[in-house]
Design a protein around this ligand. Structure first.
Ligand SMILES: Cc1cc2nc3c(=O)[nH]c(=O)nc-3n(C[C@H](O)[C@H](O)[C@H](O)COP(=O)(O)OP(=O)(O)OC[C@H]3O[C@@H](n4cnc5c(N)ncnc54)[C@H](O)[C@@H]3O)c2cc1C
Length: 423
């Protein structure tokens, strides 16, 4: 039901970012329209490997979603990295404070659960089956959206703040004239689900840096293991022709990887061939972008879901009461604060992820940090906190951490020089 004077917030897209934002805003007392083009309550994002980094765990807990995720069989995740320097695992004694785990849960469970939670939150008007087509604008600001439902039914949704949570190809961003900055990727990606596929690591996820190719295996709910590969782009013909054979061949060549024939393939193979990083300015007067709409980046590092949760929280925290009054300057100041927070939290990560996404070799700093992490628990702690996106890129390569890594390498080189060059 449309509120008489419109809504405080109109959110377009009811996947991770949009549903989380709707819950946070409504709990703050805002009147929220949550608009989702898909009318199916069971709709979910199919192409996602859904390893949610632990940086998002506090947000998930604050939403009240951790319990339902666990009740649905979601796995508390952590990952071991296999590199040419050896295995890297977060030490049991972690000096860098952070959540102990993230979550792995299939989107077919997560998305409907979260959307349902948003729809049931007092203050949220959930509008499934409505697609946002136009923005309402006047005097240089965005003031709502026009949506179309089944049979062409059209509605205008006036709102003080419009939130684009409509994913990678954000229509809201295009309508607002926000053009994505594009950075190329040099890898393709394929994944599929297997049942009864034991990993040497037990419940812990595994990731292999095969330089330049990547492989990973993520245990999930219902005894499912997601098996994935991100080979360099020059292998596209082989993978496109027969992803199952290509996946088997790749995994057979990795000594500590599972033998895929020992499990049961229970899904088709999903793939992406061309998936450039897309980076957008996140705010305009009366508008904010969250989740993939603002930043959609190489999924190799499993950051998109976590950042969808977190950007929703950052936006709602920054805006708070300012979406309710008529004070537009106050709202714009809050939007600027959101943009600033995103930048300080994510810009360094975005730069490093985009750069590695080209398919290049490890650079000098990465070789130093990964090789030291294979030798030293403190360096492993730092790398793992960074990989879980719980510290900024600047903190990861801060002078103390670089010095520690260099010292570890030097000390090790004295003991066993032949093994320890920064190759
Ligand atoms: C192959 C692959 C693997 C990935 N693996 C991981 C991983 O392991 N870990 C991780 O954290 N991330 C991963 N990601 C990224 C993750 O899937 C996304 O970052 C995440 O889904 C972003 O959530 P979102 O809510 O911003 O957008 P989306 O999930 O894309 O949702 C957008 C929503 O908006 C709706 N919508 C769109 N347009 C309109 C409109 N005009 N009107 C109304 N509604 C609209 C859509 O129907 C949808 O519900 C992966 C991505 C890919 C491609």
């Amino acid at each position: 039901m449309l509120a008489a004077s419109g809504y405080d917030v109109a959110i377009v897209g009811a996947s991770i970012a949009g549903s989380a934002a709707a819950i946070f805003f409504a709990r703050q007392g805002a009147r929220v329209a949550l608009i989702e083009r898909d009318s199916d309550p069971a709709a979910y994002k199919k192409v996602c490997t859904h390893f949610i980094q632990s940086s998002a765990t506090p947000t998930i807990q604050r939403l009240g979603l951790a319990g339902p995720i666990e009740a649905a069989g979601g796995v508390r995740n952590e990952v071991e990295l296999h590199t040419r320097w050896g295995k890297i695992v977060a030490p049991s004694q972690q000096v860098i404070a952070r959540p102990a785990f993230g979550y792995s849960i299939r989107r077919e469970k997560l998305d409907p659960m979260l959307r349902q939670m948003a729809a049931a939150t007092p203050g949220v008007d959930f509008m499934p089956g409505f697609s946002a087509h136009e923005l309402l604008t006047s005097k240089g600001r965005i003031r709502g959206v026009t949506v179309y439902g089944a049979g062409g039914a059209q509605r205008q949704i006036p709102a003080r703040l419009v939130v684009g949570a409509d994913g990678r190809h954000s229509r809201i961003a295009s309508l607002a004239g926000i053009v994505a900055r594009e950075k190329p990727t040099g890898r393709i990606g394929y994944f599929a689900y297997y049942r009864d596929l034991p990993l040497q690591s037990g419940d812990r996820s595994q990731m292999w840096f095969l330089e330049p190719d990547i492989a990973y295996a993520f245990p999930n709910d219902d005894g499912m293991t997601l098996v994935a590969a991100m080979p360099s782009h020059d292998k596209v013909a082989e993978w496109k022709a027969d992803p199952e054979t290509a996946m088997n061949r790749l995994y057979e060549a990795i000594p500590d990887a599972p033998r895929l024939a020992s499990g049961r393939l229970v899904s088709p193979f999903f793939g992406t061939i061309d998936y450039p990083n897309l980076i957008r300015e996140p705010v305009r007067p009366g508008l904010a972008l969250i989740g993939d709409a603002a930043l959609c980046i190489d999924y190799l590092w499993g950051v998109g879901c976590g950042w969808a949760f977190q950007s929703a929280e950052w936006l709602a925290d920054a805006v708070d009461e300012s979406c309710k009054g008529a004070d537009e300057a106050r709202l714009d100041k809050a939007l600027a604060a959101y943009a600033q927070r995103r930048k300080s939290e994510l810009a360094g990560h975005e730069f490093l992820i985009s750069d590695y996404a080209t398919g290049r070799d490890f650079n000098f700093i990465e070789r130093l940090m990964f090789s030291a992490a294979a030798l030293d628990p403190a360096c492993a702690d730092n790398l793992s906190a960074f990989g879980q996106r719980c510290i900024t890129a600047n903190a990861f390569i801060g002078p103390k951490n670089l010095a520690r890594a260099a010292w570890v390498k030097a000390r090790h080189a004295i003991g066993s020089p032949a093994q320890n060059r920064l190759q």
